[in-house]
Write a new protein. Structure first.
Length: 80
């Protein structure tokens, strides 16, 4: 849908103008970046993003299973 905005002389008055709203920008840019990366045969998500996701899930599992080592991990300090 975002690419169709290019067809309008003034995308702000197009039927898809809501995609330009500040509340939609992050979502649209994420989808657009993923599409560009995929078109170039690259992973849709950066390796660091995937790694942080894995670490976050490991932290949750460790905490859920009362593994004390998870106490030193504070991912929220490093990622938003």
């Amino acid at each position: 849908d975002a690419f169709s905005l290019l067809a309008y002389p003034d995308p702000r008055i197009s039927p898809l103008a809501q995609l330009l709203e500040p509340s939609q920008r992050e979502s649209v840019s994420s989808v657009l970046n993923s599409a560009i990366l995929e078109a170039h045969d690259m992973p849709r998500h950066p390796a660091l993003e995937v790694l942080v996701g894995y670490l976050h899930e490991c932290d949750k599992l460790m905490h859920k299973n009362n593994i004390p080592d998870c106490a030193f991990i504070e991912l929220n300090k490093y990622v938003r």
